[in-house]
Design a protein around this ligand. Structure first.
Ligand code: FES
Ligand SMILES: [Fe+2]
Length: 401
């Protein structure tokens, strides 16, 4: 019998949206988890979220769950949230502070370094040191915490090196989390990431965003605005550069990553309701240049850095037909919520934009499941999406080669 994934890969027309089966076949989803989702990095938070010994956050992706906890030695570690007795989830709280994790099922108790410290009524030859929680890969890129559910994820060295300049100028290390929200989307995860990759839909679906962001217009009309941003950047500590290492073009063995800065429309200093400042200027910036930087960290995590705040998007599969978009808003570490920023104003743009996205992505999925759906051609404004789709196909194909 032909492998359904291989069959779809062979049938997929070039330069068009994906065949229905890529979004609906359980075999494709299982292959994606093993080949694409678990081996690669997800942004799981900001280092400032772990301050005191035992501070922890649970981070779930598809069927996996990790406990990310700060040890006595100041090291951040991640462990599979799977009990070594009979497999229960160990930590059921999403975040908190604890000196130990006790499994709710039969009470096995683990220290914050992952070691099993107590297990009742076990045979004499039971060696407690053999049953620590299994480690999950963890890394930090200038304050941004990433985890991967594979034992040998791609190296983060390239991202640490190449993104250093913009991340240092914006002082990512010194930021803090001002807000976080999760958006449950009833659609296959790829549709949510594809939607984030293209702004062809922005002018039709996001009137608020389209007022300020020039990615809603094609590059020819954007050119004069981009030229004035270039002039501003000449006076700014921010680099005027484009880094584009999507996953298939990253150096072998390294996570893909990217950076670019794009002009906002005239009159908009940042992504706020009226375009006026919404939080204190980030890091070493001396003023507003009227731009916003796009960062990408691997295949699932993206950030938009305005001059006064950062919006971080992480797309996580939940199951074949559901995904979650987790958004975290970052501001400078010394900003005070009682006087320097208003959370409702800070989240306004991307909250309404994401709510609109949830609907269009769900409607997209409904149409794709129809017997009348067939892959359609990409527009000029869907270049990044088509590159992403090509990368997904090549990764899935590698699993079968
Ligand atoms: S499954 Fe955790 S103690 Fe039994
Ligand atoms: Fe959108």
């Amino acid at each position: 019998m032909t492998d359904p994934v291989l069959k779809l890969l062979q049938q997929q027309p070039a330069g068009r949206s994906l065949l229905q089966g890529f979004y609906t076949e359980p075999a494709v989803y299982r292959a994606e988890l093993e080949r694409i989702v678990y081996p690669n990095w997800f942004v799981a938070g900001h280092r400032s979220e772990w301050q005191a010994t035992g501070d922890f956050r649970v981070f779930d992706v598809a069927d996996e769950s990790a406990i990310i906890v700060l040890g006595e030695d100041g090291e951040l570690r991640a462990f599979a949230n799977v009990c070594r007795h009979r497999g229960s989830r160990v930590c059921l709280e999403q975040r908190g502070q604890s000196r130990a994790f006790s499994c709710p099922y039969h009470g096995w108790k683990y220290g914050i370094n992952g070691e099993l410290v107590a297990a009742r009524s076990m045979p004499d030859d039971f060696d407690i040191s053999d049953y620590g929680l299994k480690p999950v890969s963890i890394g930090i890129v200038h304050g941004v915490v990433l985890i991967a559910f594979g034992d040998s994820p791609p190296s983060l060295a390239g991202a640490v090196r190449d993104l250093e300049e913009p991340m240092k100028v914006l002082d990512f290390d010194g930021m803090k989390v001002a807000a976080r929200r999760g958006y449950a989307i009833p659609a296959n995860w790829k549709l949510a990431v594809e939607n984030y990759q293209e702004c062809y839909h922005c002018s039709t679906s996001h009137p608020e965003y389209a007022r300020m962001h020039t990615l809603t217009i094609d590059h020819r009309r954007r050119a004069p605005l981009q030229a004035s941003l270039k002039k501003e950047l000449a006076q700014s500590p921010l680099p005027d550069c484009v880094i584009d290492r999507i996953d298939s073009e990253a150096r072998e063995g390294e996570m893909g990553y990217g950076y670019s800065r794009t002009a906002l429309f005239d009159g908009y200093l940042t992504g706020s309701r009226d375009g006026q400042p919404v939080a204190p200027l980030l890091g070493g910036l001396k003023g507003y240049d009227g731009g916003a930087s796009d960062f990408s960290f691997g295949a699932f995590s993206f950030m938009l850095a305005y001059s006064d705040h950062v919006v971080c998007y992480v797309f996580k599969p939940v199951d074949l037909q559901n995904c979650c978009c987790e958004i975290t808003w970052l501001v400078r570490g010394d900003a005070d919520a009682s006087k320097d920023y208003d959370v409702d104003e800070l989240v306004w743009l991307w909250d309404i934009t994401t709510q609109a996205d949830m609907k269009i992505i769900a409607d997209n999925y409904a149409g794709i499941k129809s017997r009348y759906y067939e892959p359609g051609p990409f527009s000029e404004m869907e270049k990044a999406e088509s590159v992403y789709v090509a990368w997904l196909l090549s990764e899935l194909g590698r699993a079968h080669s």
